[in-house]
Design a protein around this ligand. Structure first.
Ligand SMILES: NC(=O)c1ccc[n+]([C@@H]2O[C@H](COP(=O)([O-])OP(=O)(O)OC[C@H]3O[C@@H](n4cnc5c(N)ncnc54)[C@H](OP(=O)(O)O)[C@@H]3O)[C@@H](O)[C@H]2O)c1
Length: 223
């Protein structure tokens, strides 16, 4: 089934990688920005599959927020000012947070302890009427955007609204190679964001492209 996704802060590597992947799955994607012209220009440069009914357009964050399913892909310290004005538009919707609360100290990434526990919980606190699901924070943008290749990764998904969480899991499972795992309530988001710092540090240390794989759960995964 094809859905319309809007990506707030979609002009960075994370948002654009996700836009490409969603497009390859046949979805329509609105890449949002503070600057519509910038969004249009970065989208015009994107390599997209020619044989997919999916589309990607560049627009404002507000237009992105009018989509059926909305993704937040800004730096963590931009969440409040970016998302607060859109709260009414996002009310009742699934809002996917792919934000990590991280800081870089020299050559090392470190997880931050936010007052709400994580970037995803911060988004939920700003959007109490939205159904926030944390997903894809630990998937590198480059691999996400490489739509011609399977995504060799397991993806941990958490959120307080069970139905929203399962919907996002269903979408993620359509990505070839990827497996979605139900990681429970949004209380787990901080651990996943912090693990992303560890993966990034491994990449730096070993000049690698790490991904998560969960061992011990094979075959059908009941909800
Ligand atoms: N990069 C990755 O591999 C990756 C993978 C998974 C998750 N993530 C997470 O996804 C988020 C985005 O990552 P990214 O690498 O794409 O980040 P980014 O390039 O630094 O930021 C993404 C977009 O956010 C907007 N933005 C930046 N600063 C802002 C501000 N102060 N106020 C409002 N909007 C602002 C910008 O869009 P406009 O200037 O067009 O408005 C920018 O293009 C981060 O939280 C990151 O941890 C990243």
């Amino acid at each position: 089934m094809s859905e319309v996704f809007g990506i707030i802060g979609g002009t960075g590597p994370a948002g654009l990688g996700l836009a490409q992947r969603l497009c390859s799955l046949g979805h329509r994607v609105v890449v949002g920005s503070r600057d519509e012209a910038r969004a249009e220009s970065v989208v015009a440069e994107l390599e997209l599959p020619g044989d997919s009914p999916g589309t990607v357009v560049g627009s404002t964050n507000e237009t992105a927020a009018r989509s059926e399913i909305v993704v937040v892909a800004t730096p963590w310290d931009a969440i409040a000012r970016t998302v607060s004005p859109l709260a009414e538009l996002l009310s009742g919707k699934i809002v996917i947070s792919m934000v990590n609360a991280l800081t870089r100290q020299g050559s090392e990434f470190q997880a931050l302890t936010l007052a709400r526990g994580s970037a995803a919980q911060t988004v939920q606190s700003i959007l109490p009427l939205s159904r926030v699901v944390a997903a894809l924070q630990h998937v590198p943008a480059r691999e996400l955007g490489a739509w011609a290749e399977p995504l060799d990764a397991d993806i941990l998904i958490c959120g307080d609204d069970v139905e929203a969480r399962r919907k996002v899991m269903t979408i993620v499972e359509r990505i070839g190679g990827a497996r979605a795992f139900d990681a429970g309530s949004l209380a787990s988001a901080g651990a996943i964001e912090a693990m992303t710092a560890v993966l990034l540090n491994l990449n730096i240390r070993y000049k690698s492209h790490t991904a998560l794989r969960i061992l011990g759960i094979e075959g059908d995964r009941p909800w």
